[in-house]
Ligand binder design. Sequence first.
Ligand code: BG6
Length: 493
Amino acid sequence: KKTEPTIIIVFGGTGDLSKRKLIPAFYNLFLDGWMPDKLAIYGLGRSEMDNESFQIKLFDGLSEFSRSGVPEPESWEKFKKNLNYLPSNINDQKSYKELLNEIEELEEEWGQRANRLYYLSVAPKFIETVCRNLKSFKLVDDQNKDRIIIEKPFGYDKDSAISLNKMLQELFDEDQIFRIDHYLGKETVQNILAFRFANTLFEPLWNRNYIDYIQITVAEDVGIGDRGGYYEGAGALRDMIQNHLLQILCMIAMEPPVTFEAEEIRNRKVDVLKAIRRIPIEEVHNYAVRGQYASGWIKGKEVLGYRDENDTNRHSQTETFAAIKFYIDNWRWQDVPVYLRTGKRMQEKTSSINIQFRPVPHMTFPTSHSDNLTPNRLTINIQPHMDIKLRFMTKKTGLEMNLNSSEMIFNYDSCSTQSPEAYETLLLDAMLGDTTLFMRSDQVEEAWDVLSTIQQAWEKGGEDFPNYVAGSWGPEKAEALIARQGHFWTMDI
Ligand code: BG6
């Protein structure tokens, strides 16, 4: 893999994402030798600032958020030469003209047309303006070299996602559009494909004949922080399920791809979304549970309820928790329940996938000796613990034939190299033009379609919020949802 001379332009360059994720990712790629010698990064923002103040701001961000900690003076000096700030106004054509001048001057100095990578870290309402201007000022005119990365939320529902895609595809080639879902860049999520398709051991069992049910949990202990303005109009369904959780589900449930090509992988993933059974609107309450946190205690600290956070509505009906039971209607997964669950202000930050296998078909051992016989379970811990655990039964050491549950664990701590951050993987892929880990238009639309009746049912409001205390595992109804079939949420913390 080799990166070409590149100019990176970050719209929203002074924003939080840029400081916490993007610049640290670029810096770590630079440290690891992935960045081309000819590199320029432009942060664009409304405030007036010179390059030096911009660099200082980013230095602070790096020191706080980069996995490599406070930058070493020598590498920082080298890296910061690439960082520029350009005051600009998204709505003003003059700003695009100035940007074009900057880029062309640089390309002239380099003696070649560079790759141009535009990162749109801006509110959704600005995406169209930026894209149209990029196109009309010929900032994006080379189909093979110019790319655009777009952050979620990608639309608000199916119809808005379709119009957004239509607009983008009118202006750019699909290969130039990188719809980012940072979960796909996580080491543990990428490993799902290796685990499933680079081993013979698991795939023969990976179906309705052996798997009882699947559950995916993405729990956070944080609240909505200072994102009330955004979150109030989003909620857990749009913020997490539509993208991160459904994407993980696709990796777990997809058929084996024939090659590791972007389109092949994306085709197999979209097949899963198409096969997910649509929940009739009048049945939504039997399949989906929502929650909103009340005040409570997390790790010894008292925290506010959602309705008392900044920029939220005192009578808000926005959900901060969602749990859904899905079925996938195909040969592999017919009748296997798949439970997804996510929430803010839960007891712990933990994301995991649990594949619960069926119990043994016949009990050989006397019941008295096998009280604690538990079915096999595979746990893929995504974060913050990163491991893969396989639970199986063994004989307890001793003179009697007693059974015991044991575990085989693959622990990432034993790996020789440190895991890159999700954004490092994804930004490098975007620089290389590899779309495998990015969402294609049809995936996004199909994911919205899967949720559309739930959205409609929930939009009617009427839920008795708040219905779970901060620091708990969500509303009681979420326990009931899974318990109905004798299943339970698995915690592995
Ligand atoms: C983002 C959501 O996409 O993912 C946030 O908008 C959420 O609400 C975040 O907190 C979680 O990401 P991570 O990588 O910390 O699990």
